[in-house]
Design a protein around this ligand. Structure first.
Ligand code: SF4
Ligand code: SF4
Length: 413
């Protein structure tokens, strides 16, 4: 996969080399060398943990500038449901959608519509009995990347459905074309809660081509909406979704749409890893559907949000009595199968392959074991690698030298 567009980047001036990010990265994708952090992008799943953990705000999630929308004559905002959880005392979803028109968009299309369709599609596929259980949701791109990188044996449990945002982006563009807008004038912009979703839409790992013209952050849109919302005189009726679609914003919301009680929902990357390990050990065979989100509390916990994820979740819950359970008028059966399914599987990442040549790879593996056994195995991180094993690998691959182990140095003094 082309990782020339990244998920996170480093502000070198702010980085103090404190190793907080390196110790929390779930895929050991960070090294700290020369006093500065460096991301090994081939290993990065875009979970945003490093952004959350950096005490110096040196790790920055990547997204497009709002001004990019003005490259297009007909600009469509496609907001993730988490956007609606950012505002206190919000009376209606329509107020935010009207606000999006006020700040410069020409049209809006909610991701929640795509979520309701994917819920229906998932329910039908589960009922068909053709899927390998427990079925794992494909909605969180960080989780899908993690599985294809570290838990390849579970890849055939992942449901091959595109994410709700992708469905909504495609529907938004189609609707604009049907209105007679020239294709080249249409710009479709996803308003995202996290860098992983944005990256997946711009560098599609399961689709033939990118469906978003840009990915904007919820935090930037929130700041633009704040001064505009109190001045809105007439709230337009724009929302096409019900509660089911909005609930996808928080952990467990997707499960509520499948009409099956044998589900499990876990959020936060460490919990996700624990569930995947249990699945590897066949400990969850009594479960039909597994919803996994890399962020705490689900998408409302993504690093591009503003609000505390628990507060955002509570706010979304308060809509429960005001919205219909499910509202969108679209019928999944009216679309071709290809519309909802992946064009292809994600590439299985063999980032831990040590050498193209099998004999050489074995030799390096033996060398790694030798180096590792000579280390104190304290995983202290002072060498700039997240664990002694990662350090041994880096030594054998020529990325660093064994004299960087401070513990060994101290022992030999
Ligand atoms: S957490 Fe990482 S990016 Fe932030 S200052 Fe420490 S080493 Fe640098
Ligand atoms: S975004 Fe996640 S996977 Fe990528 S470097 Fe940061 S912590 Fe590691």
């Amino acid at each position: 996969m082309d990782k020339s567009i990244h998920t996170v980047m480093l502000d070198r001036d702010k980085c103090k080399g404190c190793i907080s990010c390196m110790k929390r990265c779930p895929t050991e994708a960070i090294r700290v060398r020369g006093g500065k952090a460096r991301v090994l992008y081939d290993r990065c799943i875009g979970c945003g943990e490093c952004v959350r953990m950096c005490p110096h705000q040196a790790k920055l999630p990547i997204y497009d500038s709002f001004d990019k929308i003005f490259d297009y004559k007909y600009k469509i905002a496609v907001p993730a449901p988490s956007l609606f959880g950012q505002f206190n005392n919000l009376k209606s979803v329509d107020l935010i959608l009207t606000g999006l028109l006020e700040i410069g968009f020409d049209d809006v299309y909610e991701v929640a519509v795509g979520a309701e369709l994917i819920s229906e599609k998932t329910r039908k596929l589960l009922e068909s009995g053709k899927l390998k259980k427990p079925v794992i949701s494909s909605a969180c791109p960080a989780v899908v990347e993690l599985i294809y990188m570290r838990y390849k044996g579970l890849a055939d449990h992942v449901i091959d459905l595109v994410a709700p945002a992708e469905v909504a982006l495609k529907l938004a563009r189609e609707e604009a074309i049907q209105k007679g807008i020239p294709k080249e004038d249409i710009g479709v912009f996803f308003i995202s809660p996290c860098p992983a979703k944005g990256f997946a839409l711009k560098n599609p790992v399961t689709s033939a081509k990118a469906v978003a013209d840009g990915v904007l952050s919820i935090s930037e849109i929130y700041l633009k909406l704040l001064p505009v919302l109190p001045k809105i005189k007439e709230v337009k009726k724009l929302s096409k979704t019900g509660m089911l679609g909005l609930r996808w914003a928080a952990s467990g919301g997707e499960c509520l749409g499948i009409d099956n009680d044998k589900y499990l929902a876990a959020d936060g990357v460490e919990n996700v890893i624990n569930v995947l390990r249990e699945m590897e050990n066949d400990a969850l065979s009594y479960i039909d559907f597994v919803e996994l989100g890399a962020c705490t509390s689900g998408c409302v916990g993504g690093v591009l949000n503003v609000e505390n994820p628990f507060a955002a979740r509570a706010r979304l819950r308060s809509f429960r009595h005001r919205l219909e359970p499910m509202k969108n008028a679209l019928n999944v059966d009216e679309y071709d199968e290809e519309f909802f399914h992946w064009d292809h599987e994600p590439e299985v990442k063999d980032i831990f392959r040590l050498d193209e040549d099998f004999g050489m790879a074995l030799k390096k593996m033996r060398e790694i074991e030798e180096v590792y056994s000579s280390l104190p195995q304290l995983d202290c991180g002072q060498c700039g690698a997240p664990s002694c094993r990662a350090f041994a690998e880096d030594v054998v691959l020529g990325e660093t030298t064994i004299d960087k182990c401070q513990q060994l140095k101290n022992e030999n003094k």
